[in-house]
Design a protein around this ligand. Structure first.
Ligand code: IMJ
Length: 257
């Protein structure tokens, strides 16, 4: 008996076993959800195909390529899910990208093209995912995205991603207002610094990771399991009164002055 028995949906953003979205996949599968996992290219496909069978009920998992910046690929995924699932109850969105050059140095140097790409991939794709899912969410649903404190405060080197996450968090509120009447909730988890592929190698990240462990009220780093279990709650009916919200899963880091 899990809190997600009978629920089915999509997770966009599993890259490897360290991904926040993989933590979500593990928690949701453990609670009884049936999953569709998407990947981007060939390398990513190999990783996702290796991981999926390790999930409880992993043999029922649908795996398909889907780049949220491609209308054709999104349409093809929805076609598959109409056939395989008939209806969906949730979407987890973990897509984000900015040019590596734009994630160090001064924000003022961001190019127009870099700005546009970061906003397109990291913010607009939530609206794409929500619009595509809407016809399949016939019994209401829960949409969840991943954000970071850099949306609200200036975090060294986060730069254009901070602006993109601010747009993403505002999108959560507007989508929650649009889709609420159909019983579809839209929320975000703001995760503390986590050692994922997206964070490793970022200038100064290792120090920030250690400092956040030392300073956080709970004195530990955010794990993909902590984010995954909160995702399970936000997808489940236990959170039926919550929409348009950004929930911090950061061991208390953001409350500090
Ligand atoms: C990313 C950059 C700068 C500071 C950062 C991060 N801090 C944290 C992150 C403090 C926690 C990770 N994060 C929250 C992200 O949203 C990362 C997004 C990202 C990472 C990369 C790296 C490789 C690349 N493009 C990227 N685009 C987005 O080429």
């Amino acid at each position: 008996m899990g809190i997600l028995d009978g629920k089915q949906g999509i997770i966009y953003g599993v890259r490897n076993e360290k991904s926040l979205c993989w933590g979500c996949a593990q928690s949701l599968a453990r609670e009884g959800a049936r999953l569709a996992l998407t990947f981007l290219g060939e390398r990513e496909e190999k990783d996702v195909r290796k991981l999926a069978p390790t999930l409880p009920g992993g043999d029922r998992t649908v795996i398909q390529g889907c780049d949220l910046t491609s209308e054709e690929q999104v349409a093809a995924l929805m076609e598959t899910l109409t056939k395989e699932f008939g209806r969906i109850d949730f979407v987890i969105h973990g897509a984000a990208f900015a040019n590596r050059d734009d994630l160090s140095g001064r924000f003022v140097d961001t190019s127009r093209a870099g700005f546009a790409q970061a906003l397109d991939v990291s913010a607009y794709t939530l609206t794409v995912a929500a619009k595509a899912a809407e016809p399949l969410m016939t019994e209401g649903g829960s949409i969840l995205t991943l954000t970071y404190l850099g949306a609200e405060r200036v975090v060294p080197n986060y730069n254009i991603m901070g602006v993109a996450k601010a747009a993403l968090e505002a999108s959560v509120r507007y989508l929650a207002s649009d889709l609420g009447p159909q019983g579809v909730r839209v929320n975000a988890i703001s995760a503390g610094p986590t050692m994922t592929l997206s964070a490793r190698g970022i200038t100064g990240f290792s120090e920030m990771h250690r400092e956040s462990r030392e300073r956080a009220p709970l004195r530990k780093n955010t794990t993909i399991g902590e984010v995954g279990d909160t995702a399970a709650f936000l997808i489940s009916d236990w959170s039926r009164g919550i929409t348009g919200e950004v929930l911090y899963v950061d061991n208390g880091l953001h409350i500090l002055g």
